[in-house]
Design a protein around this ligand. Structure first.
Ligand code: NAD
Length: 477
């Protein structure tokens, strides 16, 4: 327990795990094997910066190696600590099992404020951290494959990939040592947007089931739903952008580090993000809507969907009773503490849990890893062949129409859409959509078929723990 009377993040994940295993028929030994974190490596290293040696502390935690490589992001933040990294590594294990990506769970973190250093300095720090992990095989295409997380993105992943390639000059699969790279450095189309896109696909799937929507005391589809988003970083920005531009949701508030912008008419996400880019990440002076200095209080505002997409523990014993959103989708990892989860459940709030809601990132990372190992872009072999087969059919329909004097014509819009073969981005989105639908259906089947399963989180844990247990059993454990 910490000073607020709440369990730590890792304890919170363990308690959620135990809520699920209490409803499962697993031996205590196997439960314990699945729950524990296998290892955590701590590194302290020095980098000469601005004329003196700065010491940094970093971690790479491996939660479960029931499948290898293990997978999980690298976070750059001053809040990074061993407990947090271990909690996030555990969530990665459960998440990978839920969305059927063939990985164990891992996570890394470096205690650094990325905004405190310029690009060249950050590159030195990242490369040195990567060097420490690579030489211990804690970054490796077959054993441990990081990805972006809070405070890191394509740029950092490209530095890590290059560092690995320099240290492993004959490894033909070097690019597969890390995912989330920019497309020109071995990345895949659609990875940057993937986690936010996954949040959108998760909500679309949820709203396909009127009885699930009714459990959240809502009705109808996504269009017109009033949404509050916390965190306009990679995940929050993409989720808010897609939901407002493509699904007709209205983003009525965006909460950031320096307060919130509230606008009942709908916040223009692209314009706000542009403003933040131009103002050193700040939104306080944004000219539209109302600025609320106490951003966290806006989590409590009246809305249909609340999307915490910043960091863990933001909905806790201190504010859970005042949260009014009937539906929360956990775009961030661990935004709702164990105690808050209980309070919200009792109030009838439906929570779409993190291990499912933000699994879009690891899903597309999986596609990127496969692409790197196969050394060929998705769609390269089939795309034109697919187009020529479609063209054959269109030609034949047009010939039949002309021969029989039927006067049929295919509309130009149909022809254009039908004739175009799928490129990498379309294939990635299709694979992601399929994954998000499949995982939701697996969770909801448990949720609806077992009366003792109260919520989607326990259902998600049951699906993933069963799969991990089956893997261990087939290994003879
Ligand atoms: P990011 O660094 O791109 O964005 C985080 C945003 O949250 C930033 O805009 C930051 O200013 C804001 N923020 C920080 N503290 C805040 C506070 N106290 N109140 C309000 N806003 C605050 O990070 P991200 O990659 O978008 O990750 C966000 C969350 O999503 C994390 O929990 C991460 O673990 C999870 N996640 C990320 C990915 C991914 O692919 N990037 C995948 C799965 C899960």
């Amino acid at each position: 327990m910490n000073v607020t009377g709440e369990p730590s993040f890792r304890e919170s994940v363990d308690m959620m795990f135990r809520r699920a295993t209490a409803l499962m028929d697993l031996g205590p030994g196997l439960q314990e094997k699945i729950r524990v974190c296998n290892s955590t490596y701590t590194v302290r290293f020095g980098v000469r910066l601005r004329g003196k040696i700065e010491t940094f502390v970093g971690y790479r935690s491996v939660h479960s190696e029931h499948m290898e490589p293990v997978k999980g992001g690298i976070r750059f933040s001053l809040g990074v600590n061993q407990d947090e990294v271990e909690a996030l590594a555990a969530l990665m294990t459960y998440k990978c099992a839920l969305v059927e990506t063939p990985f164990g769970g891992s996570k890394g973190g470096l205690c650094v404020d990325p905004r405190a250093w310029d690009e060249k300095e950050l590159e030195q720090i990242t490369r040195r951290f990567a060097y420490e992990l690579i030489k211990r095989d804690l970054i490796h295409p077959a054993q441990n494959v990081p990805a972006p997380d809070m405070g890191t993105g394509e740029r950092e992943m490209a530095w890590i990939a290059d560092q690995y390639a320099r240290m492993n000059t004959t490894d033909i699969n070097a690019k597969a040592c890390v995912t989330g790279k920019p497309p020109h450095a071995g990345g895949i189309q659609g990875r940057v947007e993937a986690t936010g896109r996954g949040v959108q696909y998760a909500l679309r799937e949820f709203f396909r089931y009127p009885e699930d929507v009714a459990k959240a005391q809502l009705s109808g589809g996504l269009a017109g739903k009033r949404v509050v988003v916390q965190g306009l970083g990679n995940v929050g920005y993409h989720a808010a952008k897609f939901l407002s531009e493509e699904d007709g949701c209205k983003i009525i508030a965006v909460i950031e580090r320096d307060g919130a912008i509230v606008d009942e008419a709908g916040v223009e996400i692209e314009a706000l993000r542009q403003w933040m880019n131009d103002h050193d990440g700040h939104l306080a002076e944004y000219p539209k809507g109302k600025h609320v200095a106490n951003g966290a209080s806006v989590l409590e505002s009246d809305c249909d969907i609340l999307i915490p997409a910043a960091l863990e523990g933001v909905i806790n014993l201190g504010n859970a009773a005042r949260i009014t959103a009937p539906l929360i989708i956990e775009a961030a990892n661990g935004p709702v503490t164990f105690g808050a989860d209980e309070i919200l459940r009792k109030k009838g709030c439906v929570i779409i849990p993190d291990m499912y809601a933000n699994a879009g990132g690891v899903t597309v990372s999986y596609f990127e890893w496969v692409k790197n190992l196969s050394h060929i872009r998705f769609g390269r072999m089939q795309r034109r062949q697919e187009e020529s087969r479609h063209q054959l059919l269109v030609n034949e329909l047009e010939r039949l129409s002309a021969d029989k004097g039927l006067g049929w014509t295919l509309s130009p819009g149909f022809k254009e859409g039908y004739l175009r073969g799928a490129g990498e981005l379309e294939l990635v989105r299709s694979g992601l959509d399929d994954t998000m639908r499949g995982a939701y259906q697996a969770m909801r089947e448990i949720w609806h078929s077992r009366p003792e399963v109260e919520d989607l989180r326990v259902a998600a844990y049951i699906v993933s723990i069963s799969r991990i247990a089956a893997t261990y059993k087939s290994k003879g454990l």
